[in-house]
Design a protein around this ligand. Structure first.
Ligand code: G
Ligand code: G
Ligand code: MN
Ligand code: NA
Length: 254
């Protein structure tokens, strides 16, 4: 209960901050986008990971106002980067299942785009496969409605959930994010490498773009390049950065 109250107050007191992790074109090393990741800077100065509070935010439905805040602030920040000339950058934002299924989602997204002036085609919403567990038909309809607005959709943590290939065929998505565990072991474990290769190949056959998450070493990057994975994200290139630091990175001041 205490944590729940803290979470409520955190929103009012603007204790949340957004970090941005670069997404990089594998072939060229060029930054092509960024995933926004929320952090909670508590009053005692400590930084609390979303892994700790997002589940509680889901349970208490506080994820709805928090998610709204994330979407608005990330779009506003990304619009600044576009206005500064980095118009090729796409912004990836995580949506939890509750946010994705909520009746207000379309209005929330529309409002964030309208008020920030950020272009829909540069926004990518990351959704995990678990959303489909609730209601596959509603999921597809909702994804389609977002696509009709011009927004892109990525399937996050691909390969770890209740992945059914039926969904891959039916979901109107733009890209797949290969989950970190596959990438972590792909250099040493031939089975993981074979799975990554198969996922890339399957995604391309379905005309989906593929991004590898959690890339931490140059060997992993080299391997992913060979497999023609489109984009990479991970500590090897950069950890998630505060907006000011990301700004310096894209302006070559680091
Ligand atoms: O940044 P980090 O690796 O600590 O994130 C941990 C988890 O929190 C990840 O699963 C990530 O998707 C999730 N997460 C981070 N930011 C957000 C957010 O703004 N909204 C939602 N719904 N989840 C987020
Ligand atoms: O669930 P989602 O994929 O949205 O979560 C992304 C999480 O992964 C973030 O919390 C981010 O901090 C973390 N992350 C990003 N890159 C790496 C990496 O290279 N290694 C590890 N261990 N974690 C990473
Ligand atoms: Mn994500
Ligand atoms: Na992920």
């Amino acid at each position: 209960i205490q944590l729940e109250n803290d979470l409520r107050e955190a929103l009012d007191n603007e204790e949340f901050i957004l970090h941005y992790q670069p997404q990089v074109e594998a072939a060229t090393g060029k930054i092509v986008g960024m995933e926004t990741l929320i952090r909670w800077r508590a009053r005692d100065g400590s930084i609390i990971s979303p892994a700790e509070f997002i589940p509680l935010a889901e349970d208490t439905r506080l994820i709805l106002p928090i998610g709204n805040w994330v979407l608005h602030n990330a779009c506003r920040q990304a619009k600044k980067w576009h206005d500064a000339g980095h118009t090729h950058l796409k912004l990836a934002v995580n949506l939890s299942p509750l946010q994705f299924m909520h009746d207000d989602l379309m209005d929330t997204v529309d409002e964030a785009l309208e008020s920030s002036g950020f272009s829909a085609s540069s926004l990518e919403l990351e959704i995990t496969e678990s959303v489909a567990v609730y209601d596959a038909e509603k999921t597809i309809a909702r994804m389609q409605a977002l696509r009709n607005m011009g927004v892109r959709i990525a399937l996050d943590d691909f390969g770890t959930g209740y992945s059914s290939l039926v969904y891959l065929k039916k979901f109107p998505i733009n890209s797949l994010k290969i989950a970190r565990p596959f990438i972590q072991d792909m250099v040493d474990n031939p089975k993981d490498k074979a799975l990554v290769e198969a996922i890339v190949s399957m995604a391309h056959s379905l005309e989906l773009s593929v991004i590898a998450e959690g890339v931490e070493t140059s060997d992993q990057l080299a391997s992913l390049r060979k497999l023609k994975c489109d984009e990479i994200q991970g500590y090897f290139f950069s950890k998630p950065l505060a907006a000011e630091t990301f700004d310096r990175l894209i302006n070559n001041k680091m």
